[in-house]
Design a binder for this molecule. Structure first.
Ligand code: EPZ
Length: 416
């Protein structure tokens, strides 16, 4: 297992190219199941999770050909089983369920099971598909789903916002017969990107960007070429890197509109964020002060930025409170940050952070994707050396971390 070693204390300066969004690429790749024609996705990041999705789709019979940052998906579905040994590695595998059902009327998909940050049920995915006429049975840790007469349109009201359930049902509804209305749908930019790709493939979808999506099912979808939108979470993460090191970074291709609440909180904390023609410039000239944050569905503060922002607050002046409302166990970075001298107390779903002047480097352990980057951020700001173990978590969602940071002055290296 690789580790990353960082010698902190260097203000980062320069520019970082933001890659294509992981959380858009995964559902977009699942769209390869929705047509036998070729779907080309461009601006794809080279990430472990996309490699896992490549394996999953390949065993369904889809040809997945990578050419640099383009992915060409084609071929026919020859197998409608998504096996546990792949699904357990990546929960987003559940996103093949809707497309498989819509295309071949039958699917056997392993339940993803929980992960470090929570139990991660998929009940909303299943209830929505049942409303569209699917028969769903759980057997031996697998979802057995069938829709022999095909799926039909339905009005589905989500009791709470679910990104994955919105994506699964959006894809399924594109090929269902009749109209499907998704109410209280997720509004994340990745959902809009997915809808845009489906429309390019011939789907009829309205309400993009709102919490009500209306889909008129069509008989079939055709191939298309779609550029994956830049990763707002990667951009927000490197914005925190500029802020925590007192540096000045240009985040190329970053979109302010996708980062609304994060930019608001960064500016409140004393970070200067300005839009430039090629992206966002983030710099911190003066002191940082603590601000309170509550994670919420888009356009609120994203839960995927919570750990990174907490690392920043650990060295801000004064106190701050971060409340995690989306996942039940997403504070695993706290004990590791405290080992580096942070002063963070967790009370239920809230963490109280009392800023300290300086963190100190230490050997720490990554536990999940975003927590692992909060440790990188702390290491970049800390005095001394930080070694982060289990960085395979990092590789799932961040492309070329050491290269991007080293190019901006960070003293960072990977140790096999
Ligand atoms: C997506 O996960 C993202 N993953 C997550 O990013 C992100 O944190 C999350 O959305 C919230 O924004 C991908 O897009 C691949 P949800 P997803 O369904 O779809 C509960 C990262 O770091 N829930 O919006 O699984 C669920 O347990 C990852 O890149 C149900 O109870 O999230 C959670 O508490 C981590 N039943 C809440 O809803 C369901 O059927 C939100 O989950 C579905 C979800």
């Amino acid at each position: 297992m690789d580790s990353i070693r960082i010698k902190g204390g260097v203000p980062l300066t320069g520019s970082i190219a933001i890659s294509g969004a992981k959380n858009a690429a995964l559902p977009l790749m699942a769209c390869g199941l929705l047509t036998d024609e070729t779907l080309t996705l461009t601006n794809a990041a080279r990430l472990a999770d996309l490699a896992t999705m490549t394996d999953l789709l390949s065993q369904h019979g889809i040809t997945v050909e990578w050419q640099g940052r383009a992915i060409h998906l084609g071929g026919k579905i020859t197998n409608n089983v998504a096996p546990y040994d792949i699904v357990r590695k990546m929960r987003a595998s559940i996103l093949v369920l809707g497309p498989l059902l819509a295309r071949v009327g039958e699917a056997r998909v392993s339940l993803p099971g929980g992960c470090a940050i929570g139990t991660r049920p998929v009940d909303l995915h299943l209830k929505g598909l049942e409303a569209m006429g699917a028969k769903i049975e759980l057997d031996g840790g697998y979802v057995n789903a069938s829709a022999p007469q095909g799926l039909h349109g339905a009005t589905i009201v989500f009791p709470f916002v679910s990104v994955g359930a919105t994506e699964n049902l959006l894809m399924a509804a594109s090929l269902a017969s009749g109209t499907t209305t998704l109410k209280n749908a997720a509004r994340e930019p990745e959902i809009t990107d997915l809808a845009r790709c489906l429309i390019a493939m011939g789907a009829t979808i309205s309400g993009l960007g709102t919490d009500t999506l209306i889909i008129e099912g069509v008989k079939s979808l055709h191939g298309a070429t779609h550029a994956i939108l830049p990763d707002r979470i990667e951009a927000g993460t490197y914005a925190c890197a500029a802020a925590i090191t007192g540096g000045n970074l240009l985040l190329e291709n970053a979109r302010a509109a996708d980062l609304g609440a994060v930019l608001h909180s960064l500016r409140d904390a004393g970070v200067a964020v300005t839009e430039e023609p090629t992206g966002l410039r983030v710099c911190r000239a003066n002191g940082l002060h603590g601000v309170d944050v509550m994670t919420e569905p888009f356009p609120g503060f994203p839960t995927d930025m919570q750990a990174q922002f907490m690392a920043l607050m650990a060295v801000a002046e004064g106190a701050s409170m971060i409340t995690e409302t989306i996942f039940e166990n997403r504070f695993m970075h706290v004990p590791e940050l405290n080992r580096m001298g942070a002063r963070i107390n967790v009370h239920g779903s809230s963490a109280i952070i009392r800023g300290v002047r300086q963190l100190s480097g230490a050997p720490v352990m990554a536990t999940d994707l975003r927590a692992s980057f909060s440790l990188v951020l702390a290491g970049l700001a800390a005095s001394g050396e930080t070694t982060i173990a289990r960085v395979y978590h990092l590789d799932r969602g961040y492309e070329s971390v050491e290269q991007k940071l080293a190019a901006c002055g960070a003293r960072i290296e990977r140790i096999a």
